[in-house]
Design a protein around this ligand. Structure first.
Ligand code: IPM
Ligand code: MG
Length: 351
């Protein structure tokens, strides 16, 4: 099993190191190769996604990704900025299906900003389309208008085929869960969303066992904090999914807890925490490695054919939490505050 490991920037290297520590404890035949990406790619090869890094990612069975982004590179042309690395990987590898599960561990109910009765036992899955929408739509740019003023523009677009394939992923996922799917759009305003809604509704005919509901994105943002347990699977476009998944992460206590899988049509994938590079705490051993460790578990399940190893990791994370281990982002009184490495070791020891 060849795993391409792309640690990236900021806290990326620290959290990925702990995920590898846990993976190595499994004693499975992994072949691990690292490559620079993001700001690190720019430093190494003048490109956030160096050709050698992309080639490695393409050749691997799975990709474990840390995080990219650093304010030091904010002044660069957009094509050289760290974020282009992850967007380029998603596009080049056709990783259109982004699974972002948000589960509240019993031990972390107190760490959520919401009341325990609202979030206790929460288990939702956000299925985010990842290679289309306003993220990639052309044309985009900054131009001069006739009055000489500058105008920024992006294009939101979705093809039927793109909506259909992500809808199918979501319907199939719902089938393995509580058989409830909520499709999120802004069909009261956007043409793109109107088409999205029509295509999802048409696809629903093939899934009569799934209860489908449509919801506007503003209402969904509100419902997620009002009564999140009404949801099972949420399917939405790239931009809305980006925003709603950050929101959903806070229901679980911390954005440091949410893993993700980005899959192509054949199940090959890239695995990364949904959080960013957190430059403010980078290199200080403070970051929560659990989202990355749980991403490694998703990798074992979805791309490497080792669901039992995935469960072992998830159980070990649960035990480490039960035994009181907490990084600063999920710390509550009466628990034991630890750093990145100690948390990784606590999980590895409980495998
Ligand atoms: C995410 C991130 C990325 C996105 C950034 C880093 C480009 O926020 O994975 O959610 O917007 O998709
Ligand atoms: Mg995001």
């Amino acid at each position: 099993m060849k795993i391409a490991v792309l640690p990236g920037d900021g806290i990326g290297p620290e959290i990925v190191a702990q995920a590898l520590h846990v993976l190595q404890r499994l004693e499975l035949p992994f072949e691990i190769e690292r490559a620079p990406v993001g700001g690190a790619g720019y430093e190494a090869a003048g490109d956030p996604l160096p050709a050698a890094t992309l080639a490695l990612a393409k050749a691997a069975d799975a990709i474990l990704f840390g995080a990219v982004g650093d304010p030091r590179y904010d002044a660069l042309a957009r094509s050289k900025r760290p974020e282009q690395a992850i967007l380029g990987l998603r596009k080049a590898l056709a990783l259109f299906a982004n699974l972002r599960p948000a589960q509240v561990h019993a031990e972390l109910t107190q760490a959520s900003a919401l009341r325990p009765e609202i979030v206790g036992g929460l288990d939702i899955l956000i299925v985010r389309e990842l290679t289309g929408d306003i993220y990639f739509g052309e044309p985009k740019g900054i131009r001069r208008t006739d009055t000489g003023e500058r105008e920024g523009f992006d294009t939101m677009r979705y093809r039927e085929s793109e909506v259909r394939r992500i809808a199918r992923v979501a319907f199939e996922a719902a089938r393995k869960r509580k058989r409830k799917l909520c499709s999120v759009d802004k069909a009261n305003v956007l043409e793109t969303s109107q088409l999205w809604r029509e295509v999802v509704a048409a696809e629903a005919k093939a899934y009569p066992d799934i209860a489908l509901q449509h919801m506007y994105v503003d209402n969904c943002a509100m419902q997620l904090v009002r009564e999140p347990k009404q949801f099972d699977v949420i399917v939405t476009g790239n931009l809305f999914g980006d925003i709603l998944s950050d929101e959903a992460s806070m229901l679980t206590g911390s954005i440091g807890m949410l893993p993700s899988a980005s899959l192509d049509a054949s199940g090959r994938g890239l695995y990364e925490p949904i959080h960013g590079s957190a430059p403010d705490i980078a290199g200080r051993g403070l970051a929560n490695p659990l989202a990355t460790i749980l991403s490694a578990a998703m990798m074992l399940r979805h791309s490497l054919g080792h669901p039992e190893a995935a469960e072992r990791i998830e159980r070990a994370v649960g035990r480490a939490l039960r035994d009181g281990y907490r990084t600063a982002d999920i710390y509550t009184a009466g628990t034991r505050k630890v750093g990145t490495q100690e948390m990784g070791e606590a999980v590895a020891a409980r495998l």
